[in-house]
Each structure stands twice: as C-alpha cells, then as structure tokens.
Design a binder for this molecule. Structure first.
Ligand code: FES
Ligand code: FES
Length: 161
C-alpha cells in the first residue's frame, strides 16, 4: 500500500500543489516534479552542498529534506535568484570575479553565500571560508568565490554607511 501526501508550497514565487510519496527527497521533487534542474545533486548525503536551496529564508540541503517537510514552505532555487538580464548581487559578483568554472557547485554556492552575507557580519577571509566549508567545488580553488563574497560584503557596508 502506498501512502501519499498532498503538499502545497511556494517555489520562486509560484504556488504548487502536488501529491508525493513520503520518501521523496526535496531535491528530487524540485528537479523531477517541478523540472527546476538548476538545483544540482552530487552526493545525496549532505556532504557536497550542490543541492543547497533557500528554504523559509535559510540555506538548507534539499537532499537531506523530504518533499513532505516542505508543505507550506517558501523556497527559492537558483532559477528564482535572478535572471541573466537582472542578476542578484551575489550572482553579479560571481560573474565579475570568475567564481565558477564548470558551474556544478554554483547554484548551491550561491544559496549558501546569499545566506551568509544576509545573516552574518563577515569581515575576514577565514570567516567566509568557514561559511563555505559545507560546499565543495572541484574547479575554482575557492579563492574567486571568496573574492565574490568579499565584494558583496564590501558593497553592502558602503550601502549602509
Ligand atoms: S547532493 Fe545534497 S549535499 Fe550533496
Ligand atoms: S565550478 Fe566546477 S565544481 Fe565548482
């Protein structure tokens, strides 16, 4: 017997109601049911951070979350962060600082970085590297990603001073 549950959630500003299996991972729901394939899946074990999304204002790993846990949630994936013509600030800085190469880690990196700069008063490179420690990148060596985050932090400080 299969027990299914109907969930309603908002993703990138759009309301969805879907009936899902209780064991369905949120990452698979986002990619396969909603066809938002910008959320990547690497390890499916909470290690690589590729599947990181924004969930009710926090960055979380969607491979460690069940779709049924997202009932009533508000989610932003990389598709909802900005567009090519109208990028979010962190996306702009990633572009300016060449903070991506193959791009596999990038959607998750962007979600983590956005959460970091929004919530924490990052001042040092060490703090930024600490904040990035849950997201693995095989290509960039991280320095350009750190530079992009520092650029956002600097600009935000200027904005509020
Ligand atoms: S796919 Fe979720 S942490 Fe690796
Ligand atoms: S840019 Fe290739 S894994 Fe990060």
């Amino acid at each position: 017997m299969s027990f299914q549950k109907t969930i309603t959630l908002k993703v990138n500003g759009v309301n969805y109601t879907r009936t899902v299996e209780p064991r369905l991972l949120l990452s698979d729901f986002i990619r396969e049911d909603l066809l938002l394939t910008g959320t990547h899946v690497g390890c499916e074990h909470g290690i690589c951070g590729a599947c990181t999304i924004t969930f009710n204002g926090d960055s979380i790993r969607s491979c460690l979350t069940l779709a049924v846990q997202a009932d009533g949630a508000e989610i932003t994936t990389v598709e909802g962060m900005g567009s090519q013509e109208n990028m979010s600030k962190i996306q702009q800085k990633f572009q300016e600082h060449h903070a991506l190469q193959c791009g596999f880690c990038t959607p998750g990196m962007l979600a983590t970085c956005e959460d970091m700069v929004k919530k924490y008063p990052l001042t040092s490179e060490d703090e930024i590297r600490d904040g990035l420690s849950g997201n693995l990148c095989r290509c960039t060596g991280y320095q350009h990603i750190v530079d992009a985050v520092q650029a956002v932090v600097k600009e935000d400080k200027r904005d509020v001073s």
